[in-house]
Design a binder for this molecule. Sequence first.
Ligand SMILES: O=C(O)[C@H](O)COP(=O)(O)O
Length: 211
Amino acid sequence: MTGTLVLVRHGQSDWNLKNLFTGWRDPDLTELGVQEANAGGKALADYGIKFDIAFTSVLTRAQKTCNIILENVGQTGLETIKDQALNERDYGDLSGLNKDDARAKWGEEQVHIWRRSYDVPPPGGESLRDTGARVWPYYLTEILPRVLRGEKVLVAAHGNSLRSLVMVLDKLTKEQILGVNLATGVPMVYKLNADSTVASKEVLGDMSGAH
Ligand SMILES: O=C(O)[C@H](O)COP(=O)(O)O
């Protein structure tokens, strides 16, 4: 066994609350989002983890979630690397549109395909495969080597940038990833084997309400 990799999606953002496609736009956390980040941080404190380093995106909602988690585990100010490789999927022309309005315009099925399929990009944006094509190399070069040498690593990022990692870590098919939604603020604790495969995965919270 090697180190520990903790993945957590940011807490609810203003645009999650307003039901808007967000992507690379930069809304803040809502009050509930702050509470969710605190709950995730508390779960990690109860779990007893102390991190060696944290990674997050260049977007406010993920950075604030990261900071709130670090406060909860008593590690305010821990070295944190911010990189746009971990940003949310670029939602292209859908960014800023209401998700229900988009369903009314293009149909439920089409919008679901844009949101959850592996390789169908939203107009002008990134598919999950495109997102993975920047997340995965970053994970391989910057994050995984640390875990393999025994470090405990926090990654606070986004629904789809993390789905692209979870797909590979959990060995999910293109069909299986369609049904995967990550809840806001719920940490996933992975222990990895020396060959980079997953030895164990523990979810510290409830993923069932995710949509
Ligand atoms: O970018 C967004 O709108 C959200 O963060 C994730 O959206 P999704 O659940 O539609 O993929």
